[in-house]
Design a protein around this ligand. Structure first.
Ligand code: AHM
Ligand code: MG
Length: 339
């Protein structure tokens, strides 16, 4: 692959991938869609970086469909993504964590072969304290031609044609998969370009680092209690090794760490709400992250089944998540299957 003196840009990379794979999965329209998303997220990163200097700082005092108070910047990030993606002609509809219903492409614009789902600003409860947050997105195919409904979105994660996330941190990163491995691009703020900086990220199968919100420990079910107890007991007990814990409470940042140096991320279901299988949302948080993690050689389950094989029942459904280094995800999944 050739690159300019500034490095390989996102556009160059996608065109080369499109040629290399003979338009298989990566079509010109998918490439254009990813470029539009990356431009929109560059704008979101600008607003996030303004913090208390910007107009989108603080709470909106409104609740979203999840019953959570939205930050002003959640609402802004949602509208930036909707507006940027409406006119491009690549989509038939969009869905977002911040909207109860799907968003159809207005009649004045052409329609395309894809559906886009996103969490416009994941981890936004951290934003006022300047912790890294991000945007997560998932692209599904839509070849039916008629007006999509919520049911059109209810496809298994294994149907995704692309998924990615942006981290708005000290560096602005885009991590992307189109089903041919995982690459990481860094925003060159002076040039306004996304430059390929980490090619073919691989998650090591073994790890000594885990991420879970231990304040929920008393509510966990037995398999998670057993797994975490063994990690905490360290080298004097069954695991014969000391484990380290990291919890940023911003999934994009926790997953980003795991993609770079391994680890296991967990957000289990717990006894507080037996009819609610976990906190995270299947379609625009767990599925895109599971696709990325598997493409990097890791694993992702809900404790029993592969996340990408779950048939969604509704747009905003929740799911338990165990993802990251394969041998640890396999172990905690085995503990669930053993009961
Ligand atoms: P959000 O989409 O409303 O921001 O919630 C998702 C976030 C994840 O980024 C993070 O892993 C988790 O919620 C943190 O949960 P907790 O507050 O229990 O630590
Ligand atoms: Mg989220």
């Amino acid at each position: 692959m050739r690159s300019t003196s500034h490095g390989m840009t996102l556009t160059q990379h996608l065109i080369e991938e499109q040629r290399k794979h003979n338009n298989n999965n990566i079509t010109a329209n998918l490439r254009l869609l990813i470029e539009v998303i990356s431009r929109a997220c560059r704008l979101i990163s600008y607003h996030v970086s303004r913090g208390a200097l910007g107009e989108a700082y603080g709470s909106s005092n409104k609740k979203n469909i999840q019953g959570e108070i939205q930050k002003k910047v959640d609402i802004l990030a949602n509208s930036i993504l909707l507006e940027a993606n409406e006119w491009g002609g690549n989509l038939s509809a969009m869905a977002s964590e911040e909207m109860e219903d799907i968003h159809l492409i207005p009649d004045c614009f052409p329609k395309g072969d894809y559906l886009l789902l996103f969490d416009p600003l994941d981890g936004s409860s951290n934003i006022d304290v300047n912790v890294s947050v991000g945007t997560i997105f998932s692209v599904l195919p839509y070849l039916e031609g008629n007006i999509p409904t919520e049911t059109s979105f209810l496809q298994k994660g294994s149907h995704q044609v692309a998924a990615g996330y942006f981290v708005y941190g000290p560096q602005i990163s885009l991590v992307l998969t189109t089903g041919y491995g995982v690459n990481c691009f860094t925003l060159d703020r002076e040039l306004g370009s996304w430059i390929l900086t980490h090619r073919n990220l691989r998650i090591p199968p073994d790890t000594l680092e885990y991420a879970i919100n231990t304040s929920n420990q008393r509510h966990w079910y037995a398999p998670v209690q057993r797994y975490i107890k063994e990690l905490i007991e360290g080298e004097d007990a069954a695991r014969k090794a000391d484990f380290n814990m990291r919890w940023i409470a911003s999934m994009v940042s926790d997953v980003h760490r795991i993609l770079h140096r391994g680890g296991i991320f967990m957000y289990p279901a717990d006894k507080r709400t037996p009819n609610k299988p976990g906190k995270l949302r299947l379609m625009y948080e767990a599925n895109p992250m599971a696709f990325i993690v598997e493409q990097a050689g890791g694993a992702a389950t809900n404790g029993k089944n592969r996340i990408l094989d779950i048939q969604p029942q509704s747009l905003h459904e929740r799911v338990a998540v165990f993802l990251g280094s394969k041998n640890e995800v396999d172990r905690v999944t085995r503990y669930h299957l053993e009961g």
